[in-house]
Design a protein around this ligand. Sequence first.
Ligand SMILES: NC(=O)c1ccc[n+]([C@@H]2O[C@H](COP(=O)([O-])OP(=O)(O)OC[C@H]3O[C@@H](n4cnc5c(N)ncnc54)[C@H](OP(=O)(O)O)[C@@H]3O)[C@@H](O)[C@H]2O)c1
Length: 278
Amino acid sequence: MNTLQTITAHGCTIPTIGLGTWTLRDQACAELVSAALTSGYRHLDTARMYDNEVAVGDGLRASKVARAQVFVTTKVWPDDIADGDLQRSAEASLKRLGLDHVDLLLIHWPNAKIPLQSSIKALCETKKRGLAKHIGVSNFTVALLDEAVALSSEPIVANQCEYHPHLDTSKVIAACRKHGVAFVSYTPLGRGAIGGVLDEPVVKTIAARVKRTPAQVTLRWHLQQGIVAIPRSTNKGRVAENLAVYDFELTAADMAALSKLTRADGRVVNLAIAPKWD
Ligand SMILES: NC(=O)c1ccc[n+]([C@@H]2O[C@H](COP(=O)([O-])OP(=O)(O)OC[C@H]3O[C@@H](n4cnc5c(N)ncnc54)[C@H](OP(=O)(O)O)[C@@H]3O)[C@@H](O)[C@H]2O)c1
């Protein structure tokens, strides 16, 4: 079986399934985070913008899983990525999380109005000060990733971007491989019922054959490409289901069939602040 439970990029070891927490809030978020960790998750994905860092930290502590065993990512919103603002945002995130460092700090989106050099310098400083063990980016195109890597005195270990069978992200994935950067897939299920990935007949047929759910097949497709995925669910059963993807395998034909589901309109997350996608 060629799927690893963790991948390592520039010395940063990342569990290949993480819990996405966007939309989760307050007590429900804390309970879900705690349940996820109890069921075996070791990777949590939050952001200042999700307004749930307090609950994510509470859930982590409630789980009784040792802090050192959990990979915590948070992100800095693009309004705050100028030198000085970025460090303050990181400090405020740590305060809300109740942690002295995160494992990975990401620039959430690029900001064309702020020179990348300033943002990368600030990001590097958070690592040097120990606020973040590792640093990375999110929603960076090939050109932006090339620029970030060239500007950074510290390794950029991850680029978190949208990816699922409806979206062709091959150029960014290739750029990540070239730089030894982990590709972390957000919206890995194409947002469940909303995006329609899980209802694709190809996905359902493979799922029936391997006796897994469409979500598990979709996540397995990510893992067999050496990609980290951070699915989100509000349901404890589905949270556990999304981690149970390490004990079956898709064939090369399954992988190819799933990769053929790309659509020109496949992108789910397209904010006004988005860069010009590759
Ligand atoms: N960096 C960025 O800019 C960015 C952007 C978007 C997202 N993210 C991160 O990526 C995470 C995941 O992305 P996402 O929340 O957009 O979408 P997603 O994980 O692709 O899909 C979430 C949807 O799928 C459903 N679902 C989850 N597990 C399922 C299963 N086993 N079977 C059927 N349906 C299932 C959920 O419904 P139920 O709740 O009903 O289970 C929810 O509606 C976010 O939470 C966030 O942490 C990052």
